[in-house]
Ligand binder design. Structure first.
Ligand code: ASP
Ligand code: MG
Length: 413
């Protein structure tokens, strides 16, 4: 007998018929001899409607009241699902976040879970119930309702799984797993059977939006075996685990892209202490996150060029904030470029094998793609290129690392 946590997103509970399907899936795992906890989101579109309501009522509203309003969608879906399970002749019980209880901090609209008191759930499971839990919501230490940020039900599910020491946490969604890259760009993209937590964190933060990032961080911390699979078709999905031997033999697991950054270059910066502090201090004061940074000193002129990336939405603000700084430090010019894209190769195999960056640069050069910036970490190589070559670059790299082949086909030499 295993303890399984299943999570279903908004699409999967979007209609009465789909809720019945979810009930059937929960019952199937229960009948196979397992204890089953189901975490659900609001029916699709409901949370957006609630957000529009609170935004419509006042230009400035308290985030506490935002949470009270937007948490309402999940109350409907848990009640409906529990009723659907009961109508099939099984025992079911639904719980809101505060009833479980998910104890969070008081950062309304983006609260973090501190603790899950799962004793009520445990008792119900022992008594033969299928337990249905509202995702996305919790309660702070003062008794205020909180929510975990959009997409937060993934995190609720992993937190419950960790608290119950579940054998598995299955995240059912509208895709059938995690892919080597975006199948809309590379039709040969392949579903991965396994991926490590660290790779998934890189892929998620680089724009592959399958899971809320926090849920992966939590799964990694508590070693929750997490599976992503389709609620619409049969399949085994993708299993997220710690690194294993097989992964070490694979150089690169996926190619990701990100169009949400913009580039800023400050030219002709005097080469002396304090410049980087002035530039990045001004950006930090404006709450602008900087991602890649490149600085290089020209030996002959004693000047440097400083280039970095910021979120595209913050680009105008970054230029505005930096204009006085550039004048003050005596730099020659300030340039911006929003037409860039970041393309990355991600894989834990890079930890133990050299040559990934080189293979990546060669593949891009063969396509005549100019690399504007490069950054590397233990398990990732990223390049910034002209946005108009992004899809070409993703395809070229997918080919260069032979990602269309399974693990057997591409053991690193
Ligand atoms: N219903 C919430 C949202 O739409 C939480 C979730 O779906 O995970 O963001
Ligand atoms: Mg979701």
């Amino acid at each position: 007998m295993a303890l399984i946590v299943q999570k279903f997103g908004g699409t999967s509970v979007g209609t009465i018929e789909r809720i019945r399907n979810v009930a059937a899936r929960a019952v199937a795992d229960y009948n196979a001899g397992n204890q089953v906890v189901v975490v659900v989101s609001a029916m699709s579109g409901e949370t957006n409607k609630l957000v529009a309501l609170i935004e419509g009522v006042a230009a400035f509203y308290n985030k506490r009241e935002y949470d009270v309003v937007v948490a309402a969608g999940e109350q409907v879906s848990i009640g409906l699902l529990a009723a659907a399970i009961e109508s099939m002749g099984y025992k079911a019980r639904s719980y809101l976040g505060w009833q479980v209880r998910f104890i969070t901090d008081s950062a309304f609209s983006k609260a973090r879970i501190k603790e899950v008191e799962a004793f009520r759930i445990r008792k119900d499971l022992e008594d033969g119930y299928i337990v249905v839990v509202a995702g996305f919501q919790g309660i702070d230490e003062l008794g205020n309702l909180t929510t975990l940020g959009r997409g937060g039900s993934d995190t609720s599910a992993v937190a419950v799984a960790a608290a119950l020491k579940a054998d598995r946490c299955d995240i059912y969604t509208d895709v059938d797993g995690v892919y080597t890259t975006d199948p809309r760009i590379v039709s040969k993209a392949r579903k991965l059977d396994h991926i490590s937590y660290d790779e998934m964190l890189e892929m998620a933060s680089l724009g592959a939006k399958v899971l809320q990032i926090r849920s992966v961080e939590l799964a990694k911390k508590y070693r929750v075996p997490l599976r992503v699979l389709s609620s619409l078709e049969e399949g085994t999905g993708t299993l997220l685990t710690e690194e294993n031997h097989m992964m070490e033999n694979i150089l690169v697991s996926g190619i990701t892209y990100d169009r949400n950054e913009a580039k800023v270059t400050i030219q002709g910066v005097p080469d002396k202490p304090g410049i980087a502090a002035a530039v990045f201090g001004a950006l930090a004061d404006a709450n602008i996150n900087v991602d890649m940074i490149i600085q290089n000193v020209s030996a002959s002129s004693g000047e440097t060029d400083l280039t970095f990336t910021v979120p595209r939405g913050d680009h105008k603000m970054a230029i505005k904030v930096l204009e006085p700084v550039v004048a003050q430090i005596g730099a020659r010019s300030l340039l911006g470029n929003v037409e860039i894209a970041k393309v990355s190769a991600v894989g834990v195999g890079m930890r133990s094998h050299a040559g990934v960056a080189q293979r990546m640069f060669r593949a891009l050069s063969q396509e005549g793609i100019n690399i504007q910036m490069i950054s590397t970490s233990e398990i990732k190589v990223s390049v910034v290129i002209d946005e108009k070559y992004m899809e070409l670059a993703v395809r070229a790299l997918h080919d260069a690392f032979e990602l269309e082949k399974g693990a057997e086909g591409r053991i690193a030499s």
